[in-house]
Design a protein around this ligand. Structure first.
Ligand code: IMP
Ligand code: MG
Length: 178
């Protein structure tokens, strides 16, 4: 029988098991280890959603590197677009480094595009994007995703760091709404 969970008012059914997630993350890590060897690499986990992905991926990383975590804060003051979020928490110098942004999920790509624009201001040598999940059906940007774990349909999912109104992040597997 399909494993189901209830989070707040909604029901979710298992979609990707923890074992499948780890297998895929290991493959992503192997590719990163191979492609970024010898570079001055800093991983950048975007909170809150990426904390589990970042933690598991990092254990498979064998190259010399650093890791830090950033958060997108609601914009203070006026902004033309209304949904521009400021990247906060960067204390490290990333100038001339290879930055690998770690995201839980890329949907429209608006978040990723915003992160990219802000990071460019710190003059890194290059920026790579790694996301555990990608919804190609709703992607509206042309930012290249360098490392993708799973391409999935446009269903709402939770678990393994992803939330529904703040809940469900602690689920070890990934669940999709029913
Ligand atoms: P984007 O800016 O549209 O790419 O949205 C990215 C953000 O939306 C992610 O960082 C998540 O916080 C959230 N998000 C998008 N799809 C889902 C989902 O299926 N479940 C939970 N959060 C999601
Ligand atoms: Mg997120």
């Amino acid at each position: 029988m399909t494993k189901k969970v209830k989070v707040l008012d909604k029901e979710f059914a298992i979609n990707i098991s923890h074992d499948e997630i780890l297998t895929q993350i290991k493959k992503m890590a192997d590719k990163i280890n191979e492609e970024l060897k010898g570079k001055d690499v800093i991983f950048m986990g975007i909170l809150n959603g990426s904390f589990m992905f970042a933690g598991d991926l990092f254990k498979y990383i064998t190259i010399d590197c650093q890791i830090t975590f950033l958060k997108l804060a609601s914009y203070q003051g006026t902004s033309s677009t209304g949904n521009v979020k400021r990247l906060i928490g960067l204390n490290e110098d990333i100038k001339d480094k290879t930055v690998v942004v770690l995201e839980d999920i890329v949907d429209t790509g608006i978040t990723l595009d915003n992160i990219k624009k802000q990071l460019l201001g710190y003059e890194p040598a290059e920026i790579k994007f790694a996301t555990l999940l990608f919804k190609p059906g709703s992607y509206t940007k042309d930012v290249k995703l360098d490392y993708v774990g799973f391409s999935i349909p446009n269903d709402f999912i939770i678990g393994y760091g992803l939330d529904y109104n703040g809940y469900g992040r602690n689920l070890a597997d990934i669940y999709k709404i029913v």
